[in-house]
Design a protein. Structure first.
Lengths: 95, 493
């Protein structure tokens, strides 16, 4: 499996990381090095093996489906780069 | 008392109780040492006011006669832990100015036990790295030196390792996703333990790869490691993967008696091209445990060679999901936008500016292995191989093995900048002996056991059965006593 520049461009966009056009060849080459390393996994016989879900055989805890937290809008917004009138502010998303 | 910062936690605890020293004196000595050690790049946010206030409170509590072991002990906290109102940036530019409104469970437990936070410690960005060279704060530097080169303290908990080895604090917190506590501990001649997955709450620790991340102690010896661990772990309902199990008194388990224990030596850890001195140290470790009365047996962990490639699918996959939250909306830094930029440009510019090269690389690799068409070939296959890696360990333990002895790292500390030209996979090889332990969710500890030809410290790793940190610490204690490693770096900073 070899990654070309157009795949690298697509992956960068899926990850929402801007990569300039002139950086794409180097990025694709790094991907190929890492994926080449990962490729060894194809030689392992995994027939009938369950993919690991949890490393410790424990059942996740359950709790009552009730509100246990909230009413902390000021604290929630305190680290926002742009907060206005009790909301997170972002560039216009709807025309 | 002279050289207060050189005290171990157990010694300081006893001195505090006898009234030979106060927490304020200890804390001021550490703050002085920290201010004189900027060249190490270990402490990246100093919190002298918090430290002084907590030290005074600890002195009152000790006088009242009801103080836990860590009361009044000055510690450093890795920057990955959210600490209330104190910058917590995971060494990333994208979290510039982030001051959490809450305290991580582990650092809150330490605070409630009376421990004194001296400040936040350097690390690789989002804990992704093995040399502390990916930090937005700049490199942390190893206090050990053999020539004019500056050496790496290892990573990702490089600041923690450097600070403990240089006696800037009595102990520190670290986190370990693929070796990030044990490798830096080995590179700096200190002790570091990664607990069983689920022992320490992950709540409030900035997430890297959630199925692998664990917090753990880094300290000057095995006893201090045990004392710190007891205070850090325990069930937390805010982390659904935290284990609802009693926490033993780990220090009480340190008898040094390992007669009748069975220690496994995995043949697959004998890597081609491994330096002779690592091989020799491993053989010595085997001999030390035998002399202490343990039975040493050769074992096989056949899927070892697939651990690193498995890790480099699973960890980036989880990271790409965890790091999706850094979008310039809720916290951290937003890129400056141009006229007409919409929300997608905001995301893409913010993440391009805010993440460093290694973090971007891993987020994108993770995105790729999870993308449609590749999910089965990479991600699901890696999860199956992970099952096999864990099964190897289960089988060894089923055969009666109590602990497994391996080298911690394939080399001693290397020079900062020496790996810059190498491809990323070369750096990943640092974790070849430690990463299996995270994939299998087991406890592992690195104990300083000797030096290489140049005089740099080397560590041996012991891997234990799940939840049996007490037994593991005792075996480590026996190894520590036999190895008798007491060297310290010569002060140059």
């Amino acid at each position: 499996m070899s990654i070309d520049e157009s795949t690298a461009r697509k992956v960068a966009h899926l990850a929402r990381i801007r990569v300039e056009e002139d950086e794409l060849p180097a990025l694709a080459s790094e991907f190929n090095t890492i994926l080449g390393f990962i490729e060894q996994l194809q030689e392992v016989d995994v027939d009938g093996v369950e993919p690991m879900v949890s490393v410790t055989p424990m059942r996740l805890k359950r709790r009552e489906d009730v509100v246990t937290d909230g009413s902390q809008a000021a604290k929630v917004l305190s680290n926002a780069p742009d907060a206005r009138e009790g909301f997170f502010a972002v560039p216009k998303v709807v025309e | 008392m002279s050289d207060l910062t050189k005290l171990k936690i157990a010694e300081a605890r006893d001195a505090l109780r006898k009234g030979d020293v106060t927490s304020l004196e200890l804390t001021e000595a550490c703050l002085g040492a920290i201010d004189a050690a900027d060249a190490l790049g270990a402490f990246v946010h100093k919190t002298p006011e918090i430290a002084t206030e907590r030290a005074r409170a600890a002195d009152d509590r000790i006088k009242s006669g009801d103080a836990p072991d860590l009361c009044g002990i000055p510690l450093g906290i890795k920057d990955l832990f959210c600490t209330e109102a104190v910058p917590s940036q995971a060494a990333s530019k994208i979290l510039t100015d982030f001051r959490p409104e809450y305290e991580s469970t582990v650092s809150a437990k330490l605070r409630d036990a009376g421990a004194v936070m001296l400040g936040k410690l350097n690390m690789d960005e989002f804990a992704m790295g093995s040399s502390n060279e990916t930090s937005t704060y700049g490199n942390a530097v190893n206090p050990w030196k053999v020539d004019d080169r500056s050496l790496t303290p290892g990573g990702s908990s490089g600041g923690s390792a450097s600070a403990v080895a240089a006696d800037l604090c009595l102990g520190a917190t670290g986190t370990d996703t693929g070796g990030s506590i044990r490798q830096p501990a080995a590179f700096t001649g200190i002790t570091g333990l990664k607990p069983t997955y689920g022992r320490c709450s992950r709540w409030g620790i900035i997430a890297f790869a959630s199925s692998l991340d664990q917090a753990g102690p880094m300290a000057k010896d095995v006893r201090d490691t045990a004392i710190l661990l007891s205070a850090m772990c325990g069930h937390d309902e805010k982390d659904s993967t935290s284990a609802d199990l009693p926490v033993p008194d780990f220090e009480a388990a340190l008898t040094g008696d390992i007669k009748g224990k069975t220690i496994g030596i995995p043949r697959e850890y004998r890597m081609e091209g491994m330096p002779e001195e690592i091989e020799a140290l491993w053989a010595e470790g085997r001999k030390m445990l035998e002399d202490a009365g343990a039975k040493v047996v050769d074992i096989s962990l056949p899927h070892t060679k697939y651990a690193l490639p498995t890790y480099y699918v699973i960890a980036p996959a989880e990271a790409s999901s965890n790091l999706a939250r850094y979008d310039g909306v809720r916290f951290g830094r937003r890129a400056k936008l141009d006229q007409g930029d919409g929300i997608v440009e905001m995301y893409e510019k913010t993440r391009a500016e805010g993440f460093g090269a290694e973090v971007k690389r891993r987020v994108m690799v993770g995105t790729y292995v999870l993308s449609a068409g590749f999910y089965d070939a990479y991600y699901n296959r890696a999860r199956k191989v992970r099952t096999l890696i864990k099964r190897d360990f289960d089988e060894a333990f089923d055969q009666g093995v109590d602990a497994i002895l391996t080298p911690t790292t394939p080399s001693a500390a290397f020079g900062l900048g020496e790996m810059t030209e190498a491809d990323p996979v070369q750096m990943y090889l640092n974790d070849v002996f430690t990463v299996t332990v995270n994939l299998a969710g087991l406890p592992g500890i690195s104990v300083p056991a000797g030096t290489d030809k140049q005089g740099l410290p080397l560590g041996l790793q012991l891997i234990g059965r799940p939840w049996e940190e007490a037994d593991l610490l005792n075996t480590a204690y026996a190894l520590e006593q036999a190895a008798g490693f007491v060297s310290k770096p010569t002060k140059w900073w």
